[in-house]
Design a protein around this ligand. Structure first.
Ligand SMILES: [Zn+2]
Length: 304
């Protein structure tokens, strides 16, 4: 009997011991947001036109935006940091740069894409019409220059251009020269137009390709097309964390994008509020947190 009691006591003490050890482990476990997450700069493609310092400043700005509501440092740059943040140049920025050259602004709507296709169609028919009349005018010019040369040659065979025809031929030659000048200008214009059309064709094809590529990922987006750009990406894989930035129009958009991806690094999910920084699309310039973002942050960091 006493033997059994003793065993029970020992078992009790053993269980208490385990509980104490578990509790100590729990206390030593870093609580979310208690220690700043560390990051380091990764690859920075120079085609974005940003220096290391400028990129680092943009990240610092984005990090400070998350830190403000908690009055706490949530991120810190460190050459050995855990999260690698890179600027990666690929078709996304390339398409955007090309659109900028063509004076298009990507506002992330299907409307922009439709307008671009309409402009492409109208430029194409303009180019086709102009090419036809240019071709006809070139033909007419060649016929006139041949007739002119034939006449000169024929006069030369007869011992030279007679005085009575000289003035007429000279003014005819002057007129042909000015026709040639204006044809040259129209040819250059046609070439510029053709260049613009082929660039637009490329852009349209790339957007369509992107759309098809991302269809699985963005099945819920509906009519949006251009806005489906994955401008940035946070990944946590095999113990490695990384943020890749693929596309931004200006510094404000970059900061907003970084705030969003750093939000993922804080383990925040997407918000359903289209104004929130944590919304799945980056459609605004302002990088201010909405009440939804702050609530998600506090829930994560303070359990509130
Ligand atoms: Zn996201």
């Amino acid at each position: 009997m006493t033997e059994l009691k003793r065993m029970l006591n020992w078992r009790f003490i053993f269980l208490i011991g385990i509980a104490v050890v578990m509790f100590l482990i729990f206390l030593r476990m870093p609580k979310p947001c208690q220690e700043p997450l560390t990051y380091r700069l990764g690859r920075i493609d120079e085609r974005f036109g940003l220096t290391h310092l400028e990129f680092s400043m943009a990240i610092r700005k984005a990090a400070a935006i998350w830190g403000k509501p908690l009055s706490r440092e949530l991120f810190r740059e460190d050459s050995q940091g855990t999260i690698e943040i890179s600027l990666i140049y690929d078709y996304r920025q390339e398409v955007s740069d090309k659109l900028k050259q063509l004076n298009y602004r990507m506002d992330g709507t299907n409307d922009t894409f439709e307008r671009m296709k309409m402009r492409y169609e109208s430029l194409k028919s303009e180019h086709e019409q102009k090419s036809v009349t240019l071709e006809n005018d070139l033909h007419a010019y060649n016929a006139r220059i041949n007739a002119y040369n034939d006449e000169i040659q024929s006069w030369n065979r007869q011992g030279g251009v007679p005085e009575t025809h000289r003035i007429r031929l000279m003014s005819g030659k002057n007129e042909l020269d000015s026709v040639r000048e204006s044809l040259k200008i129209r040819q250059d214009e046609a070439k510029r137009l053709a260049d613009e059309i082929s660039t637009m064709m490329l852009v349209i094809n790339e957007i369509v390709a992107m759309h098809n590529q991302d269809v699985d990922h963005y099945r819920d987006v509906g009519s949006r097309l251009v806005g489906e750009f994955r401008e940035g990406f946070f990944e946590s894989k095999d113990g490695k964390q990384s943020i890749a930035i693929y596309h931004f129009d200006n510094e404000a958009k970059l900061v907003r994008l970084l705030v969003h991806e750093l939000g993922h690094a804080l383990r925040l999910n997407h918000s359903n509020n289209p104004n929130a920084v944590m919304y799945r699309l980056n459609q605004f310039d302002a990088a201010e947190l909405t009440a939804d973002d702050i609530a998600a942050l506090k829930a994560r960091c303070e359990g509130k």
